[in-house]
Write a protein that binds this ligand. Structure first.
Ligand code: FAD
Ligand code: FES
Length: 340
């Protein structure tokens, strides 16, 4: 049976087909519903169910905790209903709701950033302007490949879009990028998406934490914050396995020399030899560096295991859970399927 969904922030109700999720119906109707992964992993579409019942497909505890569910919160990207409902996306937080664009782009630069991370710069040929907030991501389709999510490493005010794509063992698209992508090739980009973006209204300290190619959105956030004249402390932590995985070091050293409010820390988790660098895991470094993070915000991006380890440490340091803005780089294989 087709159900009717009333969305508190939207004047007209929408129809929900059997088996369809609320977020899909809303986006199809052109409603600027906040969203990110569309797979129950990020929490960007968290909403209050005001009336009626929904069936929730599988999702991660990171996206919606048991406590939140008990308070009546649901994930619009996982919610199906066979009777009428009323729902509201969460407000109050600074959430970017930009127009969705479908861009035709062209590869204009390929850069080997490390042995397994490629910097891909795209020129927008059609479909712009592409307005996004630093820290957001896009759905990117390389020629003949499945669509994947990649975070913009460039600042929103830059004309070209840059991505940092790590070649993942056994991964299809990232292997293509590492070995077959060439300058001049066409690339489709759709977005922007995600809510783990720079919150410009917040003026307190920032802890920006990146693992591997998670440096892409974190670089965009840190550089945008500095470019906008932010004076408060910005603590940038970059975690890499070994020396060969460290990248953009010169850029961040130069930025911290120019901006005394930026501190830059590299942490190696598996150094293969003696090193003068800090070693260990990012969550351990953050745990030992801060007695309290009350009033600070964190931006975290990279492997899900790192995001899962860092988040409780930040909260244990008195950072509010809603001040932890994280993008875990889930792969398609990690994502639960609707109806699974
Ligand atoms: C919000 C977001 C932002 C992201 N931003 C970035 C970014 O900026 N940079 C970046 O490098 N990545 C980013 N990612 C990750 C990116 O979207 C891709 O998931 C990643 O590049 C791997 O894609 P792939 O096609 O190479 O791997 P896939 O082919 O999807 O494989 C991924 C992993 O799953 C394994 N696998 C494949 N098929 C199966 C199967 N059937 N069963 C079990 N395991 C399987 C593979 O061995 C591999 O380890 C982001 C992800 C998200 C959600
Ligand atoms: S968009 Fe719904 S959890 Fe990510």
């Amino acid at each position: 049976m087709v159900a009717t969904v009333r969305i508190k922030q939207w004047p007209t109700p929408i129809a929900l087909e059997p088996g369809q999720v609320v977020l899909e119906a809303a986006l199809n109707a052109g409603i600027p519903y906040p969203f990110g992964c569309q797979s129950g992993n990020c929490g960007a579409c968290k909403s209050m169910l005001i009336e009626g019942k929904v069936e929730l497909a599988e999702y991660s505890e990171f996206a919606l905790t048991g406590e939140e569910k008990a308070q009546g919160l649901v994930l619009a990207c996982r919610s199906m209903a066979d009777s009428d409902i009323e729902i509201a996306w969460l407000e109050g937080e600074d959430i970017a709701l930009h127009a969705q664009r479908k861009l035709d782009c062209k590869v204009v630069k390929l850069e080997r950033l490390t042995h397994d991370i490629t910097g891909v710069t795209l020129e927008i040929e059609r479909g712009g302007p592409f307005v996004f907030t630093a820290g957001q991501f896009a759905r990117v389709t390389f020629p003949g490949q499945k669509t994947r999510d990649y975070s913009m490493a460039s600042r929103p005010d830059e004309p070209a879009l840059t991505f940092h794509i790590r070649h993942m063992q056994g991964g299809h698209v990232s292997a293509y990028v590492a070995s077959e992508l060439e300058v001049g090739m066409p690339v489709a980009v759709e977005g922007p998406a995600g809510i783990a973006h720079l919150k410009e209204a917040h003026t307190g300290p920032i802890v920006a934490i990146a693992g591997g190619s998670g440096l892409a959105p974190i670089a965009s956030i840190v550089e945008t914050a500095l470019a906008k004249g932010r004076r408060g402390p910005i603590h940038l932590y970059f975690g890499a396995r070994d020396e060969q995985d460290v990248y953009l070091e010169d850029r961040f050293k130069a930025l911290s020399a120019k901006h005394p409010n930026l501190s830059y820390h590299v942490v190696l988790s598996q150094p293969s030899g003696a090193t003068g660098r800090r070693t260990g895991f990012l969550h351990e470094a953050v745990a030992s560096d801060f007695p309290s993070l009350d009033g600070a915000k964190a931006y975290v991006a990279g492997p899900p295991v790192m995001v899962d380890a860092v988040t409780p440490v930040l909260v244990s340091k008195k950072m509010r859970r809603e001040d932890v803005h994280a993008d875990a780089f889930y792969t398609d294989a990690d994502k639960p399927k609707v109806g699974a």
